[in-house]
Design a protein. Structure first.
Length: 368
């Protein structure tokens, strides 16, 4: 297959998508539904082209996919870590992911339109200014097995309970409050909703903080029972989608949100002995650790093209991988994450890459 044909296909789809997004001048609660439908239609029409790109662009986990996040947020320089690792870069279109989470309640419609507006603005910025580095495709929207991911998410939720015979029907009928749910959970729930607090605070507090962080209105009474399931199910479904699309198309994910990343690590633990999957998991963990220590606030950041040339010239990623291999570090070893983190920081210092602080993990084993 001609490489020119692949590149022409990428340019064509990305330009058409940019033209569509730039047509949305005023986005409000009422117009969000219409925009959602048009964007869905665009990607359905271009599904064959997007599939052609996915089948021929990545190769043996050399491509990083930004997924598990609302939007990349280039205005805050969040694209720097994303573009540091991997030879090629695909962004899972967040605009279409929001299209899947439509809710008729007024507060959700307002939240939906707000995120839609910001995501479209971010997408336009990427397509206009970083199109040579980043390809936007609807990974989790069109290229995952939804039935398998839904079933996996449901079963993962039910396995959080001490009652081995728990079902959705039993869950909805037995529980009347969030406190009752928390009292019925087993030890596997200890890893839920761990954000910046590193799991030291109680689960209820972490859950409440998560809702605030995600700007999700907290429900009351029996509605909070349904909401807890919906939030957990959505989180697990997202992780299964990430694993499904990355394994199928030989990608490795860039997952910023600690809560999503922690559960990704837990769910991929049983896959740790599969040689091809090992590379995906290792690269995902390296990138997440790098993201946590990268200093986004520096005013003297190099322009992105110069930054990419610098890390490629210094073989930044290759040096980290080579050191990990030379020191025979396995992700299953106690303290492996701390060792990898030290290697990353050493390479950053050597190459003068902005280092915010040494991100010490109080419970490093949660990433292993």
């Amino acid at each position: 297959m001609s490489n020119d044909l692949l590149l022409d296909c990428i340019r064509s789809v990305q330009q058409e998508y940019l033209d569509l997004l730039k047509g949305y001048k005023n986005i409000d609660d009422e117009s969000a539904d219409f925009i959602r439908n048009e964007i869905q239609e665009f990607w359905f029409i271009n599904k064959q082209k997007a599939g052609f790109i996915l089948k021929n662009y990545p190769n043996n986990f050399d491509t990083c996919a930004f997924t598990g996040g609302a939007y990349l947020d280039v205005q805050e320089n969040k694209h720097y870590p994303f573009l540091t690792f991997g030879e090629k870069h695909i962004m899972d279109d967040p605009v279409v992911k929001f299209s899947n989470s439509h809710n008729e309640q007024k507060e959700y419609k307002a939240l939906f339109s707000k995120f839609l507006k910001k995501s479209i603005k971010d997408n336009i910025d990427i397509l206009e200014n970083y199109g040579e580095f980043i390809v936007i495709l609807p990974l989790s929207y069109l290229f995952v097995d939804w039935d398998v991911c839904r079933e996996g998410a449901k079963n993962t939720f039910l396995h959080l309970f001490t009652d081995e015979k728990m079902s959705l029907e039993k869950y909805k009928s037995d529980f009347l409050s969030l406190d009752a749910i928390i009292n019925a959970l087993n030890e596997s729930a200890n890893f839920l909703f761990i954000g910046d607090e590193l799991g030291e605070s109680p689960l209820k507090e972490r859950y409440t903080n998560y809702l605030k962080r995600m700007e999700i209105p907290k429900q009351q009474g029996h509605s909070e029972v349904c909401q807890f399931f919906e939030v957990c199910f959505g989180m697990f479904f997202q992780i299964f989608c990430i694993i499904d699309v990355c394994v199928h198309f030989s990608l490795f994910p860039f997952i910023r949100e600690n809560n999503i990343f922690n559960n990704f690590c837990i769910m991929t633990y049983q896959m740790k002995d599969e040689e091809t999957i090992k590379v995906m998991i290792l690269k995902a963990k390296i990138l997440h650790l790098f993201y946590n220590v990268f200093d986004f606030s520096r005013n003297d950041l190099l322009p992105i093209s110069e930054f990419i040339n610098k890390i490629q010239r210094n073989n930044f990623e290759t040096s980290i991988m080579a050191t990990i291999e030379a020191e025979q570090i396995s992700l299953q070893q106690p303290g492996a994450v701390m060792k990898i983190q030290q290697i990353i920081c050493n390479e950053m210092k050597k190459d003068d890459i902005p280092l915010f602080f040494f991100f010490i993990l109080s419970k490093p084993d949660r990433f292993q």
